[in-house]
Design a protein around this ligand. Structure first.
Ligand SMILES: [Zn+2]
Length: 121
């Protein structure tokens, strides 16, 4: 048995993590973050990215942004790495079960985020 929070392993007979006070699970998913993520958007437009995140947030879809640091640091980050030919883009990844919903949300013109002040992720 494993704690899904701290990943501590427990012997059979335990059903809660003594540290986290959460129910134990029979097995931990391996690479849970990586395996179940699907890329739904790739953009080099740093202005579009926060909007896309807002759309996903409004829909309650958890998402991860990769590579947005590159957008902010451009062109410094590229120069430092000696990369000149690759187009840097930020990628938005969502859990597989949300991929279709996320794609359709991002394809249609988005309405402004409810708050208008949402922070970019
Ligand atoms: Zn724990």
């Amino acid at each position: 048995m494993f704690c899904p929070d701290c990943r501590a392993e427990y012997r059979t007979g335990f059903d809660r993590c003594s540290d986290c006070d959460v129910p134990l699970v029979a097995s931990l998913p391996t690479n849970e973050v990586e395996t179940d993520l699907v890329q739904v958007l790739e953009t080099t437009d740093s202005g579009f990215l926060p909007m896309a995140c807002s759309v996903l947030e409004a829909a309650g879809i958890p998402h991860i942004v990769r590579g947005d640091e590159a957008l902010k640091l451009f062109p410094l980050g590229m120069a430092a790495r000696g990369v000149t030919s690759r187009v840097l883009g930020a990628r938005v990844l969502v859990p597989r079960e949300h991929a279709e919903e996320a794609r359709s949300l991002l394809e249609t013109p988005a309405e402004p985020p409810p708050e208008g002040q949402s922070e970019p992720c």
